[in-house]
Design a protein around this ligand. Structure first.
Ligand SMILES: N[C@@H](CCC(=O)N[C@@H](CS)C(=O)NCC(=O)O)C(=O)O
Length: 217
């Protein structure tokens, strides 16, 4: 398999966690400005040009959640990301949507706004994104009370997304001390070897973080 991705990208990390959890072999196709050949290959596979994209023989799979589901289905290992039980699987997918829509999306809105020319910025949209993150942190803090992982399924697809999304959300809009359950969940995710590896591999790219990467994590 080939994964078109970038080590510093949160959605790429979501799929790297799944690959690393089970030691699934794959070739990392690093997308970079310098490597036009890989970029052209990627654009031909997926003109939308959002990454990661997984290629498995003649199949091209896009969308990070679907890549994790695909790995679980076609290349299963000891860690299962979507439980067999359909009811529990629904809860995993619901939490996966929570982290994607209400943590990552507002986080990216704030970052992307910061790199626009001043005249094109959207202060009202950024304020809404910050409110969304505050609301998401507050809801998640209650949800995580007494919980190790996002659902009762054990470490799952939902945690694969939570790890990079909470990681960068805290850099962008700090998770206050009053959200102790969210902070300890983020720390647990950072200590998970699969995510720790993804974070380490992305360290050289920290100067790329538009808001300035904090001196921690
Ligand atoms: N819905 C996509 C989102 C992927 C995404 O936004 N990827 C970012 C990198 S973290 C990207 O492709 N950015 C490049 C661009 O926007 O052109 C998924 O779940 O995989």
């Amino acid at each position: 398999m080939k994964l078109y991705a970038h080590p510093f990208s949160s959605y790429s990390q979501k799929t790297l966690i799944a690959l690393y959890e089970n030691g699934t072999p794959f070739e990392f196709k690093l997308l970079s400005r310098e490597d036009e050949k890989t970029g052209a290959e990627f654009a031909a596979l997926w003109p939308i040009k959002r990454f990661p994209v997984l290629v498995d023989q003649d199949r091209t799979i896009f969308e990070a959640s679907i890549i994790v589901e695909y790995l679980d289905l076609h290349h299963p290992g000891p860690v299962r990301f979507v439980p067999e039980d359909a009811r529990l699987a629904l809860e995993v997918r619901m939490m996966d949507r929570f982290f994607d829509n209400y943590v990552s999306t507002p986080q990216q809105k704030i970052v992307f706004d910061s790199i626009r020319p001043a005249a094109d910025r959207d202060p009202a949209g950024v304020a809404d994104a910050r409110t969304m993150l505050e609301t998401a942190y507050a809801w998640l803090d209650q949800r995580m009370d007494g919980r190790m992982w996002a659902t009762d399924a054990g470490f799952s697809l939902a945690d694969c997304g939570a790890a990079p999304f909470l990681f960068y959300a805290d850099w962008t809009h700090p998770i206050e001390e009053r959200f102790a359950n969210v902070r300890s969940y983020r720390q647990r995710l950072l200590e998970r070897p699969s995510f720790a590896r993804a974070v380490d591999e992305a360290r050289p790219y920290r100067p790329l973080f538009p808001l300035g990467a904090p001196d921690r994590d």
